[in-house]
Ligand binder design. Structure first.
Ligand code: ZN
Length: 195
């Protein structure tokens, strides 16, 4: 037997995870537009937003769990409402470093989409995110969360301890599809920069 049981405390309205009983603590990681500028299609819109400041795109409240088989990583992601030109605020997106690992998202607040694609970017899947939606990301699918609504999008995520993250593949290639504003809703478009 390894490890010591612990608990944390989740505020469903904000997604903030606070340290609870016996907790190893919770790490807060932030991503601002300047760190993700290449991910967006409209670079003129990126420059305009950066000239006004450097908006927060999302934050992750991560529970530090050993990166070992049998463990369960878990965190909350809070994606801010907004857009860069027509393209909604979103996470960087990743494959798992160990590809054969899945993930579950529980949406607690807001509206959005979970954008997924296979290794080649030829097969794309989209699931709607809304409070109560429990989304399953099977092994080998890249995943990105996009906030298409007017309030923060709050997700609780659970995945295998040794899954790891591969951000590099998508930083080079991008996603095959863009999620763009369309009146009060969204539409998918082909990413002209997809390699
Ligand atoms: Zn993941």
């Amino acid at each position: 037997m390894t490890g010591i049981p612990f608990a944390n405390l989740l505020e469903p309205g904000t997604g903030i995870l606070g340290a609870g009983t016996g907790s190893p603590g919770v790490q807060r990681v932030t991503r601002h537009l300047s760190e993700l500028r290449e991910a967006f299609r409209d670079q003129a819109a990126v420059e305009r937003l950066l000239a006004e400041g450097d908006p927060l795109l999302y934050e992750v409240y991560n529970v530090p769990v050993p990166e070992d088989p049998g463990e369960l990583q878990h965190c909350t992601s809070v994606i801010q409402p907004g857009a860069v030109g027509e393209e909604f605020f979103m996470t960087a997106g990743h494959f798992h470093a160990r590809l054969a690992t899945a993930e579950v998202y529980l949406c607690l607040r807001g509206r959005g989409v979970l954008l997924m694609q296979d290794r080649a970017g030829e097969v794309v899947a989209v699931l709607e995110l809304f409070p109560g939606a429990v989304s399953y990301i099977p092994p080998e699918w890249a995943h990105r969360s996009v906030n298409t609504g007017p309030e923060p999008l709050v997700l609780f995520c659970v995945y295998p301890g040794d899954a790891g993250h591969d951000y590099g593949t998508l930083r080079e290639k991008g996603f095959a599809k863009l999620v763009l504003r369309d009146g009060g809703s969204y539409r998918l478009a082909d990413n002209p920069a997809y390699r």
